[in-house]
Ligand binder design. Structure first.
Ligand code: GAR
Length: 209
């Protein structure tokens, strides 16, 4: 069994996409062993509980400083003993200790075509606000490995999505989720679970099925 821990901060629709793809058999021999949120009371935690998955909250507000929070976060991940850590809308800077503890074993879904609209300040709706303000005609989503930088690790999968007249950040966010994120995140987990993703420097090579 390929065990994944999923880190969330909000609504958890990407978590739901993983749950659904495990339930419908697309993800074989993959199990979500723990869901970790940095925010109490978010809907993602309810989704985990409804699917019978252990759900825990590690909130920075419960710790004296960032260092203590980072330790607790790493312990929450370690306690689940995952093969892979999936950041599915986890809006927290990943502590260097975590990257060191799980080299090439943390992935993130980002709601733009990296290297556009990524890095500092680009998260959630802000990404789509940036894309609309720049007037791009194509945006999309990216699944990438997490390294010591921000949105800078090797890219695993990307999918393009058209921007349409009249888009608001909210409308565009929904289209990017529906047409890209909910497809490529489970697909990346499937490829990784089958050992088909190889890192060569900053590049990934993916074996054909
Ligand atoms: C998603 O659009 C995800 O790509 C984004 O947050 C949203 C979470 O939605 N992540 C980032 O911006 C990371 N930089 P969800 O909670 O419904 O999955």
């Amino acid at each position: 069994m390929y065990k994944i821990a999923v880190c969330v901060s909000g609504g958890g629709t990407n978590l739901q996409a993983l749950i659904d793809r495990i339930e419908d058999g697309y993800l074989e021999d993959v199990s979500i062993v723990r869901v970790i949120s940095n925010n109490p009371g978010v809907y993602a935690l309810e989704r985990a509980k409804a699917a019978g998955i252990e759900a825990v909250c590690v909130s920075p507000k419960d710790y004296e400083d960032r260092g203590e929070f980072n330790k607790a976060l790493l312990e929450a991940v370690r306690g689940a003993d995952p093969d892979l850590v999936v950041l599915a809308g986890f809006l927290v800077a990943i502590p260097p200790e975590m990257v060191e503890a799980y080299p090439d074993r943390i992935i993130n879904i980002h709601p733009a075509l990296i290297p556009s609209f990524c890095g500092k300040g680009y998260y959630g709706l802000k990404v789509h606000e940036g894309a609309l303000a720049r007037g791009v005609k194509i945006t999309g989503a990216t699944v990438h490995f997490v390294d010591a930088g921000l949105d800078s690790g090797p890219i695993i999968l990307q999918k393009a999505v058209e921007v349409q007249n009249g888009d608001t950040p909210q409308i565009l966010q929904k289209r990017v989720m529906e047409q890209a994120e909910w497809t490529i995140l489970p697909e990346a987990v499937r490829l990784l679970s089958k050992g088909k993703v190889h890192i060569e420097g900053r590049i990934t090579r993916i074996d054909a099925d």
